[in-house]
Design a protein around this ligand. Structure first.
Ligand SMILES: NC(=O)c1ccc[n+]([C@@H]2O[C@H](COP(=O)([O-])OP(=O)(O)OC[C@H]3O[C@@H](n4cnc5c(N)ncnc54)[C@H](O)[C@@H]3O)[C@@H](O)[C@H]2O)c1
Ligand SMILES: [Zn+2]
Ligand SMILES: [Zn+2]
Length: 389
């Protein structure tokens, strides 16, 4: 079958690879009908994620039709139309029972690699390095879905793929980001990053009762989407000092809730920005935590910092003294996708939200390599790419 594969820094190819097979009786195989490229894929594309190997199949935002089920699968049948979460979760460990699906204790066969680095291993993730399981991803014609009774959600209605596909990741991710921000009545929420995750964080901040939403980026069409579709006030960080602007806009108090929807590849300014870049290239620092530092500085005293943006390892010069003395709360994590599938599908079915608004490019799988480049460079006003195998 054809699949998008990783071959090193900025080298994604379309290859012929063996079709997936049922490995465990709890697996299912789906024929992929739609699959997207995520900002997280860019961390692999740009060579920052450890544990990648040549030929790894990419992709963690897939949906499709079930074509085969293992002997122990109870909830799915051949022919079902499903969206597959990127988090692989067993459904029965302590973490899954507590709905902390991205922390599943059983789904990462390479747990040792991850716990050596982090102290414990999070869940395995689809198409996201050998450190997080070495699972083949969903930017392919077919996909093996482990723990098929726990992950996928069946779509009974005839909503098109484009409207439900993002239940696999970015809609729940934006929603959990807003939930983690502990938004209360009259709160001002600042969102760094107007990529797809930022856009869903903005939508979700309103759903959870924000009074004002301020969005920060420098890419004109993304800021425009945040403003027009997201009703956010905007700050272009290239033309404005973010701290000064936020203080102006909030009477010197700072935003009550800050969401970092940028993560490890933040564009930094000033001396620390240059230092992060150099240290990351030299492998002396794993992340470029520019936004994290800025959000800590800007957040109002006693406020909350929610971090859906992915960080990979060590960050330098994080002002933890400010976190402590300003009594900030920080919440983060890979999304517990399974927790949000039903409630968010309901929102889509009720017409409360149509997640397809972020899509700018719809192409075939064979255009994937080019689309990685376009999305990474933010060329051609690209915000979100959906591919049909
Ligand atoms: N927690 C999770 O489960 C989860 C799930 C999906 C994605 N993510 C992560 O969320 C982040 C965003 O994903 P995405 O798909 O929206 O990616 P994206 O790359 O499309 O968007 C990132 C945006 O951040 C902007 N940006 C860069 N530097 C900035 C700065 N200094 N200030 C403000 N904005 C800045 C960029 O211009 C870009 O528009 C990534 O780190 C991704 O890995 C996390
Ligand atoms: Zn993702
Ligand atoms: Zn589990």
């Amino acid at each position: 079958m054809r699949a998008l594969t990783w071959h090193g820094e900025q080298d994604v190819r379309i290859d012929d690879v063996p079709e997936p097979e049922i490995v465990n009786p709890t697996d299912a195989i789906i024929e992929v009908t739609a699959t997207a490229i995520c900002g997280s894929d860019l961390h692999l594309y740009n060579g920052y994620m450890p544990g990648m190997r040549e030929g790894d199949v990419l992709g963690h935002e897939p949906m499709g039709e079930v074509i085969e089920v293992g002997s122990e699968v109870e909830t799915l049948e051949v022919g079902d139309r499903v969206v597959v979460p990127f988090t692989i979760s067993c459904g029965s460990c302590w973490f899954c029972e507590n709905e902390l699906y991205s922390l599943c204790d059983n789904s990462n066969p390479n747990a040792e690699m991850a716990s050596t680095m982090m102290g414990h291993s999070p869940a395995g993730l689809l198409g996201f390095s050998h450190m997080l399981g070495g699972y083949a991803g969903g930017q392919a014609e077919y996909l093996r879905v482990p723990y098929a009774d726990v992950g996928p959600i069946t779509i009974e209605s005839d909503l098109p793929d484009e409207q439900v596909l993002f239940l696999s990741d970015i809609f729940p991710t934006g929603y959990m980001a807003a939930e983690n921000a502990d938004i209360e009545e009259n709160d001002t929420v600042a969102v760094w990053g107007c990529g797809p995750v930022g856009q869903f964080a903005i939508q979700s901040a309103w759903m959870l009762g924000a009074d004002r939403v301020i969005a920060i980026d420098r890419v004109p069409e993304r800021l425009e989407m945040a403003m027009d579709h997201g009703n956010a006030e905007i700050i272009d960080f290239e033309n404005d000092d973010v701290y000064d602007r936020l203080m102006d806009m909030t009477g010197g108090r700072g935003p009550d809730r800050c969401i970092d929807a940028v993560g490890t590849e933040a564009h930094g300014t000033g001396v620390t920005g240059i230092a992060d870049q150099a240290k990351q290239e030299a492998r002396l620092e794993d992340d470029r935590p520019h936004v994290l530092r800025q959000a800590i500085k800007c957040c109002r005293k006693g406020g909350t910092l929610s971090v859906p943006g992915v960080y990979l390892g060590r960050s330098d010069n994080l002002p933890f003294g400010s976190v402590m003395n300003k009594a900030l709360t920080i919440k983060t994590g890979q999304t517990h996708v399974q927790r949000y599938l039903n409630p968010l599908l309901e929102q889509i079915e009720d017409g409360e939200i149509d997640p397809s608004f972020v899509i700018t490019h719809q192409v075939g799988l064979e255009d994937g390599p080019e689309m990685y480049e376009t999305f990474n460079n933010k060329d051609d006003d690209c915000i979100k790419v959906v591919m049909t195998p």
